[in-house]
Design a binder for this molecule. Structure first.
Ligand code: CP3
Length: 345
């Protein structure tokens, strides 16, 4: 069978730490409110309905990828949708971000969270992967994704965003049995969810541990690492896994130990130090501060130059931001970053 064109794309080669002809780039939240086309669509459809309309999900990502000239697409979906068939009531109210109506607050609530055994209730995710893959040019890989167990557990417990993760940490420190039951159930569910995305046509996967930076290293090792490792070790070996964490660079060696062939890093650490922390056998993704994209193309080019200088031609680098594109970002600035990376800084 012929090897599909995406197999030797710069993104896939970099993820395997093979040399590339030009540095690949994609951006977290590359499709979103900073784009006029997206805002126009959102004027007609609310966010949850959008996520449950595979044709629209595919259309948004295909338009975005073409407009920006990035080297990979990511499934258009949301981190929290997996929690609906697991028994939580999800809402996105305008301006406030996500809310879960019936959070798991204490040990006695944990049994309310159902384990996901198949994609029943999430057929729209499978369809969105299929349709996005079918519409993409063959040379562009599609990234599937899920939240990491800690980030999903924290949403499940807090019911929304949190400043101090007080309720999550109280349960975690206070009742290890309940925490273990919750994290095990979530980790197993995430495996089902990610495997289904690969079967539907995703070429790579990203595990987002967006909230894990609130933990110290010893607590990460004890309360998080075993569950993230369980997820990452259960996924197919030939699919590049991007393990992304943000907020605390001291966790990088442990994130790397937990697994993933590519480690996603934020701007709080230089790429050269990050590489030392994760080890030479890993590829790296990141790490421009998204706020740099609120400046101007000349400054963006300068900062991309600095970022690439830290990589200094090592194989195994995927350019990205350190976190998602901010809604206030001018599209021209995003394109300036993509072009600057492709031109080599
Ligand atoms: O372009 C892409 O990156 C693909 C789509 C994508 C979305 N969410 C769409 C989205 C991806 C990969 C995500 C992941 C996600 N969702 C994460 C992990 C990444 C991260 O940012 O740390 C998290 C924590 C969520 C949960 C979530 N969804 C929050 C906190 C919010 C509200 C904050 C915000 O930016 O509005 C969302 C909403 C959301 N997810 C939007 C989009 C395009 C905006 C919804 C809208 O149109 O109003």
């Amino acid at each position: 069978m012929a090897v599909p064109a995406w197999h030797d794309s710069p993104f896939m080669k970099a993820a395997r730490r093979e040399p590339v002809s030009r540095t690949p780039i994609w951006l977290m939240r590359q499709a979103g409110r900073y784009m006029a086309e997206y805002r126009e669509l959102r004027g007609k459809v609310d966010f949850l309905t959008l996520c449950k309309s595979p044709d629209l999900c595919a259309e948004i990502m295909l338009t975005t990828v073409e407009r920006l000239g990035v080297d990979a697409a990511i499934l258009f979906s949301d981190l929290l949708l997996i929690l609906e068939p697991m028994g939580l009531h999800l809402e996105f109210s305008s301006g406030e971000g996500p809310r879960l109506g019936n959070p798991i607050r204490q040990a006695g609530d944990v049994d309310r969270l159902l384990e996901l055994h198949d994609m029943g209730g999430l057929e729209f995710v499978v369809e969105a992967v299929r349709k996005t893959r079918a519409g993409l040019p063959e040379h562009l890989p599609l990234i599937g994704f899920a939240g990491a167990p800690f980030t999903l557990a924290a949403y499940t417990i807090e019911g929304g965003a949190s400043r101090d993760y007080r309720i999550t940490k109280t349960l975690m420190y206070g009742d290890f049995g309940a925490w273990d039951a919750l994290m095990t159930r979530i980790a197993r569910s995430v495996v089902v969810y990610l495997k289904a995305q690969v079967e539907a046509g995703a070429q790579a996967l990203q595990l987002f541990d967006s909230w894990v930076g609130c933990l110290g290293v010893d607590d990460y090792r004890r309360y998080v690492l075993p569950y993230s490792r369980m997820v990452l070790e259960s996924l197919p070996r030939d699919v590049p896994l991007i393990h992304f964490g943000t907020g605390n660079p001291a966790l990088l060696p442990l994130l790397s130990e937990a697994g993933g062939s590519v480690i996603g890093v934020d701007w709080r650490i230089g790429l050269d130090d990050a590489w030392r922390a994760v080890g030479p056998d890993k590829a790296i993704q990141g790490n421009l501060d998204p706020v740099v994209l609120l400046t101007d193309p000349a400054e963006i080019r300068r900062r991309v130059g600095e970022m690439l200088a830290q990589v200094s031609g090592r194989p195994g680098y995927i350019a990205n931001l350190g976190h998602g594109v901010l809604p206030q970002t001018p599209v021209e600035n995003v394109i300036a970053m993509v072009d600057a990376v492709h031109e080599g800084g």
